[in-house]
Write a protein of this length. Structure first.
Length: 482
């Protein structure tokens, strides 16, 4: 069978009937919002799918760029092929917002497996990983959405000095909080002393860096949960450091951070963009990734054109150790330790819980799929997760020039003073309420804010959403405009 012989994918006599019989064998419910077709050939599956569910979006994934002559009735709503210019993960993220696994249905056309083999299986595997990640993100949004929303308005009031986005030439090290970070801290410290190397630290790695004599140039925080405050408190305790924070405005941030420059990060949503632009606050839009390590890497590519080095991205355990030492949460376990609840047992239970949760595997798989889409200036420093094995690994002694300085001076970041406002939370909420009345924005804002603030399947009107926005942003405040 020739790989390019598309006739082998369908019946020679009645491909429409063959496709309809196959669709009738599938258990499809009316709640499905997205169908993802794995190499559907000439698309004969699509008309019977539309009969079954005419509201769902149909997305086709092709294993090769072959210039198929697909009949107009068989065209999907959107499609991806290897020559599309986007990675498959980026394409799916653009086409499908975070949604539960029950809202997405993969439809395979199994004859394609015999023609495309590994390429077909790769499409299927990457799509399944995307759905798992999307489902996990959706469950997180449903649990924490209102808290993130309130964090945004608190942080608006917190901002007094914003770091302006920059484009640098310096090499930059992104430090995760995995156990592997420990072996590279001495090298990072030495390179900082020589000058030129910038350090972008996820907040959970900051304590280990500071304890090892490394002062991060930027500390990134994106987690909206209250426990994340512990990581930032450790930065604030080191009074000799000049803290600069890159903060997602939905993150949980201590009020003390308002005394330092902040690089605001948006998740790319319309509702955040409308407020930030109206307030004249500079920001960098970064997509939601579900893990701060991925957000830090996205930010690194925004900040510098130089080489980027990864360390501490283990995404796995080292024996029972889940994180670099010292770690901000260590104090919690030590304080609870007693004869019947020893520290060893607590650490073991925590590592077992993280392992059973499967988040490390989900994000390791995402990085594995995403790496080929990143610019070719990404390097692994020290021991990271095996998924980064395809990257060139630079031993400590070989970077950046066998003991020589990089020759680049540390940049001086420019900042912008934010004009104080009376009750910025109320002003921001009213900006959104006004935007909800604008037909250009209404549908998009309901799509973004509905899942964030309301239970799933809740019918929403602009008026109901506007009231909820004001009540969360300004508790106890009545809308003067109704």
């Amino acid at each position: 069978m020739l790989r390019g012989n598309k006739q082998a994918l369908h019946s020679r006599y009645n491909p429409q009937g063959e496709a309809e019989r196959y669709i009738n064998t599938l258990a499809l419910n009316s709640g499905i919002r997205f169908f993802i077709l794995i190499e559907p050939g000439l698309g004969y599956l699509i008309p019977p799918l539309r009969k079954k569910n005419n509201t769902a979006r149909i997305i086709a994934l092709y294993a090769e760029d072959s210039g198929k002559e697909i009949p107009a009735a068989n065209c999907p709503d959107s499609f991806w092929s290897p020559g599309s210019g986007l990675s498959l993960q980026d394409f799916l993220e653009c086409e499908i917002p975070d949604t539960g696994a029950g809202d997405i249905k993969i439809v395979e056309w199994r004859p394609s497996l015999g023609v495309y083999g590994e390429d077909y299986l790769r499409l299927l595997s990457e799509t399944a990983e995307f759905i798992k990640r999307s489902d996990a993100n959706t469950r997180t949004v449903r649990q924490f959405g209102p808290r993130w929303f309130k964090n945004f308005f608190r942080n608006l009031a917190l901002l007094s000095e914003a770091l302006c986005p920059v484009s640098l030439k310096n090499p930059l090290a992104v430090t995760g909080a995995g156990p592997g970070l420990e072996e590279t801290i001495p090298f990072i410290k030495e390179e900082q002393r020589r000058g030129g190397l910038l350090v972008l630290a996820v907040s959970s790695s900051a304590l280990a860096l500071l304890s090892g004599g490394v002062e991060p140039d930027l500390v990134i925080a994106v987690d909206g949960g209250g426990w994340a405050l512990l990581h930032l408190y450790e930065c604030l305790r080191h009074r000799k450091t000049k803290n600069i924070f890159a903060v997602s405005l939905t993150a949980a941030v201590p009020s003390q951070c308002g005394a330092f420059p902040i690089l605001p990060l948006s998740d790319g949503s319309l509702w955040q963009e409308l407020i930030l632009k109206a307030f004249g606050i500079p920001f960098i839009p970064l997509p939601q990734r579900g893990t701060v390590s991925a957000s830090a890497l996205d930010l690194a590519f925004c900040l510098t054109e130089g080489k980027i080095f990864l360390t501490g991205l283990d995404l796995s355990h080292k024996d029972m150790r889940t994180h670099v030492r010292p770690y901000s949460f260590d104090r919690l376990w030590e304080e609870k330790a007693c004869r019947v609840n020893p520290l060893y047992s607590q650490v073991y239970s925590r590592s077992l819980g993280i392992s059973d949760g499967g988040s490390h595997g989900i994000y390791a798989s995402w990085f594995g799929n995403q790496l080929k889409a990143y610019p070719k200036r990404l390097y692994s420093l020290g021991s990271n997760n095996p998924v980064f094995g395809g990257l060139e690994t630079l031993p400590v002694r070989d970077h950046p020039g066998k003991g020589e300085s990089t020759g680049k001076e540390k940049p001086v970041f420019k900042t912008l003073s934010i004009q104080p406002r009376d009750n910025p939370a109320e002003q921001g909420a009213l900006i959104l309420k006004e935007a909800l009345r604008n037909p250009l924005y209404t549908e998009k804002l309901i799509c973004e804010l509905g899942p964030l603030l309301f239970p799933p399947e809740t019918p929403l009107s602009p008026e109901e959403l506007g009231k909820k926005i004001l009540s969360l942003a300004c508790p106890g405040k009545e809308d003067p405009n109704g």
